[in-house]
Design a protein around this ligand. Structure first.
Ligand code: IPE
Ligand code: IPE
Ligand code: MG
Ligand code: MG
Ligand code: MG
Length: 322
């Protein structure tokens, strides 16, 4: 089945979110999930006399499901599916890959909310994972999602060619780890109550947010064995769009409400976070986000109308209210 793109962006995002949630539900069903090719690769234990270990598995899966299936805008999966659509990749491959990326994103949110990090109590309109399940279970739920993402990507359902799967695993590991999101999160924590230059903040945000956006787009090109030039254009688009997205997140923190965003607000000011909003002020930060959107869209010229959803998404990320 080829990916069908809707005319209307909102419908397209919802369609992707529904398909993704369905697949993630199956993937997170637990060790009786014979429907999941990934989990059925795992040895099936039947510890009739050892129910404690079963409860342990179930508990961490429950926390993983709680966070992963609790809504969210699903923007990174949308990027993967749109970019895969540019190269005629099947919906099944794209959804499987997008699920792995969303697992990583959800893990990053669970850990970002922990008391040792941003110490937040609300996420996607619900109590954060550690508030609901306790800190240890939340740490383990994050670990579980992170590792499961790579297990999912290693399965032939993602792509028949093992070299493609290997490339995806490598790109996602790099984008998520110390040269990507994890490194950016460390910089974000270290920068609290420090004066950073605009260039330093851009680098921080490129790592903590931009890299995962970039690999989400690049994944479609990897699945489609696209030429390097196209991969680079998609990465450039996603980097500019990801920065515009993070500026908007910071603007919503400064100006939005808990109801709108489904998470705490004014946290950045309280914690002394280094953001472009704190350095440039609200108006200049908003203008800069608009500029980045134009720049992001300019990287897509080579893709003609096929990339219209990606163009519309770039406009959407700066106009969103939640
Ligand atoms: C929140 O990302 C974390 C940031 C990088 C700012 P999203 O705003 O995409 O979170 P969900 O997935 O929609 O909840
Ligand atoms: C988090 O940025 C980025 C991640 C890598 C998770 P924020 O700390 O600003 O995200 P929110 O505002 O808590 O969603
Ligand atoms: Mg944070
Ligand atoms: Mg946070
Ligand atoms: Mg934020």
């Amino acid at each position: 089945m080829l990916i069908k793109l809707c005319d209307n962006l909102q419908n397209a995002i919802e369609e992707v979110a529904d398909a993704l949630t369905q697949r993630m539900q199956t993937l997170l069903r637990g060790n009786d999930s014979s429907g999941s090719a990934v989990i059925s690769m795992t040895p099936q234990f039947k510890p009739a006399n050892d129910t404690a270990s079963v409860r342990g598995e179930e508990r961490v899966l429950e926390a993983m499901r709680y966070s992963a299936l609790s809504g969210g805008k699903r923007l990174r999966p949308f990027l993967t599916i749109c970019s895969a659509g540019l190269f005629g990749v099947s919906m099944d491959s794209a959804i499987e890959t997008a699920s792995a990326i969303e697992f990583i994103h959800t893990y990053s949110l669970i850990h970002d909310d922990l008391p040792a990090m941003d110490n937040d109590d609300l996420r996607r309109g619900k109590p954060t994972c550690h508030v609901q399940f306790g800190e240890a279970a939340a740490i383990l739920a994050g670990d579980g999602l992170l590792t499961y993402a790579f297990q999912v990507l290693s399965n032939s359902k993602v792509h028949a060619d093992p070299a493609v799967r290997c490339e995806l695993i490598s790109a996602l590991a790099q984008a998520s780890g110390c040269w990507g999101m994890v490194g950016g999160q460390m910089m974000d924590i270290q920068a609290e109550n420090k004066q950073l230059s605009v260039e330093e903040i851009i680098r921080l945000q490129r790592l903590k947010t931009g890299e995962l956006f970039a690999v989400s787009c690049e994944a479609g090109a990897i699945l489609g064995k696209a030429p390097g030039m196209m991969r680079n254009l998609l990465r450039a688009y996603a980097h500019d769009m990801g920065l515009a997205f993070q500026i908007t997140d910071d603007l919503l923190d400064a100006e939005g409400t808990r109801t709108q965003t489904g998470k705490g607000v004014r946290k950045d000011k309280i914690k002394g976070k280094a953001t472009l909003v704190s350095v440039l002020g609200v108006d200049r930060a908003r203008d800069h986000a608009q500029l980045l959107v134009k720049q992001a869209i300019s990287h897509l010229d080579v893709f003609d109308k096929k990339a219209d959803n990606l163009r519309a998404l770039a406009q959407y990320v700066v106009s969103r209210k939640g």
